[in-house]
Write a protein that binds this ligand. Structure first.
Ligand code: HSE
Length: 344
């Protein structure tokens, strides 16, 4: 049995769902992978809960869910301890980074990730800001330290976008990738389509279900899709783009009459992220926009908060993956998947 010690930075919905999975799926980890994951620190903005021998997860979750903070968790509480301090002391085998996505400067995720790589730790990240803004810096530092940076949870989470693109399509030339990569916008567009409701009412439903980002602007203006698209293009096409390389249009301008107009000509409006190899030079063009898809398109039937990605290749033709839960638990499951695959 291998024990893997884990620090979680960011103890919001996704961080807590991850801790819960580590606890509730301990038997699966032990029986199938001979792994024992122990949570040695949980960090949020006010400080941390720390225990080098492993925190009692059910008690910690009960404490936080009843209004407490990690830093006030009894004898384990360490008020004011920062993420970087927790990463450097007590240290661990892996950082699970789940702080909110910050597209201004990528912080605090960037400093957590670089500190973890500096300690030779594996990194598993749901946080997109540092990955899209500092992709090359993080990639190069990880290579220098011989560590992995695993980003399934930042690239549509429970939908296996990177695993399919990198493992299942190995050896094929990937010509394009088209995706419905954001659960919130697909949920909103689906409700506008099926119920004829207004955009604002449908957005409230997405927020109530915990699908939308902390700031739903990222979802509805297309930036969450753009960020995932950039990361998929970087990992699958070997590109090294950033958000500035994507032409982005969200769904805030889509009206019930646009939706009805599409229906009247047999189409359905979806927010699509598209990466296309442009010519022989191998450059990749990236775009996010609402598109009226014909009913026969493989992504037309993807509804509600479901997501999907359709790759077109030279030797394997079209390969489409669909599904995966859009929720904090789905994101947490993608973090756990990456952690397992990093250590087995
Ligand atoms: N808010 C995102 C979505 C999940 O709606 O799919 C996090 O990327």
């Amino acid at each position: 049995m291998r024990t893997v010690s884990v620090i979680v930075c960011g103890f919001g919905r996704v961080g807590r769902a991850f801790a819960d999975l580590v606890d509730s799926h301990a038997e699966v980890l032990a029986e199938r992978y001979e792994l024992h994951a122990q949570l040695v620190a949980a960090v949020d903005i006010g400080g941390a809960a720390v225990s080098p021998g492993g925190l009692p997860i059910p008690e910690l979750l009960a404490h936080v869910e009843s209004g407490g903070a990690p830093c006030s968790f009894g004898a384990h509480g360490r008020p004011g301890l920062s993420g970087v301090q927790a990463i450097e002391d007590p240290g661990a085998d892996v950082l699970v980074e789940t702080t909110p996505t910050n597209l201004d400067d990528g912080e605090p995720g960037r400093r957590h990730i670089l500190a973890a790589l500096g300690q030779g730790m594996e990194v598993v990240s749901a946080t997109k800001g540092p990955l899209v803004l500092y992709y090359r810096e993080i990639h190069d530092r990880a290579a220098e330290m011989g560590c992995g940076v695993h980003i399934s949870a930042a690239t549509a989470a429970a939908l296996p976008t990177l695993d399919v693109g990198r493992v299942c399509l190995a050896g094929a030339r990937v010509l394009s990738a088209e995706g419905i990569l954001n659960g919130t916008t697909n949920y909103i567009l689906t409700r506008m389509h099926t119920e004829g409701c207004e955009y604002g009412e449908a957005l409230e439903g997405a927020q109530a279900r915990g699908i939308a980002e902390t700031d739903p602007t990222l979802d509805v203006e297309g930036w969450d899709t753009a960020n995932k698209l950039v990361l998929i293009a970087n990992r699958v096409f070997g590109a090294s783009g950033g958000p500035g390389d994507v032409s982005v249009e969200g769904i805030t301008g889509v009206t019930p009459s646009d939706v009805a107009g599409a229906v009247s000509v047999g189409r359905v409006i979806k927010l699509l992220g598209t990466a296309k190899v442009a010519g022989k030079g191998g450059g990749v063009t990236l775009a996010v926009a609402p598109v009226g898809l014909e009913r026969s398109h493989p992504l037309a039937a993807v509804s509600g908060s479901e997501k999907a990605l359709s790759y077109l290749t030279d030797t394997m033709d079209r390969v489409t993956v669909m599904g995966g839960r859009s929720s904090p638990q789905g994101a947490a499951a993608a973090l756990l998947k990456d952690l397992i695959n990093a250590f087995v």
